[in-house]
Design a protein around this ligand. Sequence first.
Ligand code: AMP
Ligand code: ZN
Length: 471
Amino acid sequence: MKELEFYNTLEHRQMPFRSLVPGKVGMYTCGPTVYNFAHIGNFRAYTFEDILRRTLEYFGFEVKQVMNLTDVDDKTIRDSRKAGIPLRDFTRKYKDAFFEDIKFLNIEPAAVYPAATEHIPEMIALIQKLFDRGLAYQAEDKSVYFAIDKFPNYGKLARIDRDNQRAGVRINTDEYAKDSVADFALWKAWDENDGDVVWDSPWGKGRPGWHIECSAMSSKYLGEAFDLHTGGIDNMFPHHEDEIAQSEGASGKKWVNYWLHCEHLMVGGEKMSKSLGNFYTLRDLKAKGYTGREIRFVLIGAHYRKKLNFTFEALAQARETLQKFDDLFARLKKIDLAGDGAEVLDVIDRSDAAFADAMADDLNIAGALAVLHELMRNANRLADEGKLSQAGAEKLLDLFRKFDKICGCLAVDAARAEESFPEEIVALAEARVAARKAKNFAESDRLRDEIGKLGFSIKDLPGNTYQLKKL
Ligand code: AMP
Ligand code: ZN
């Protein structure tokens, strides 16, 4: 089995993964800003993180994942005021929606979901530390800023040229572009745009900047140094760069060993985003009749470091593919030929190793899905040839269950589509299986005709199984 390796943005190379504490992983994920329903672009990032976490668990690590909820920042304040709803009530609605959505996509919950508004004292303490170390200052506008020229490592993640740094130039907004690298706000002095969103601090009334929350909350739950930090590629600058400056500035130690960033979900060549208006929420797709596992299958289908273009054709394709897996699982469950399952041992060993090797190679999902397809072909072939025993079929189902610990969308044991055939038809089909087993072929033919008269066809498959179709 190959060793687990990830592409570490910090070092710009793929490298073996080694956790600080053997067998355990601390993982921090930048979570949603709860000012709106998350769109499926956001969910590409969260499903990537889910795949990462499930893969670590697959390889035997115990993972503690922390995902923050940004419930106070420029956007949440702006939109709650626009809506005339208190910030807490406004963000509650989108927090609830977020939890519903991750469940719909079968994303495993994190261990902790700390909310920014519940960690203001921790943020103030961290800013105080930065003051004590000479890395923070209060400007004439009363806001507190991080002094990037006092932190020689500033720019190491996003590879910012030190000459482009504009020390002493300040930026007060949470989001800004790489060409406006500047001292960024740790604590924002209150102004009328903030309305009643305000806390006391040693520097006067105000509220935290966006970046400080992740530094404060990650360290509270994962310690001053931990293994993995993830997010969408657009979070790398300034957000993650600023997080590093704050955390390493305060502790004087290396903070995070591995940084993993996922590429964007695109629509027609452009990033899916709220500001461009080219987005779909999960609710939009649900309303069109797509299931969580179909959407999940599309979102996980491309390597996380490659752009993924969202199309409805891809969703239709996902539906078709998952249906084929459903058919196979139903078929395997019905096989009742005698045997010890030795006929599948070879195929199982090869698939098991190939799947793990693909995922170990920086989460090569395309390789892993190819293994699934190949296994489906092999299973169907063996069944077609009447070479698959019940024991063999069970071994195959177990392997699919194992793979689904990472994929999370195979539904090996879910009620299947065929059960949506009318009960009467299924009963006739089962009676026909019994008749054939008893070699009562006249009865078997009669049952076939009866099924036909009711508008369905039945095809015999090896292993006393069958396939029904509506005519
Ligand atoms: P936000 O709520 O804007 O802070 O974004 C939440 C997460 O979604 C961040 O990790 C972003 O990087 C990520 N994200 C936003 N848009 C996209 C997109 N089109 N594709 C992939 N990830 C995205
Ligand atoms: Zn963050």
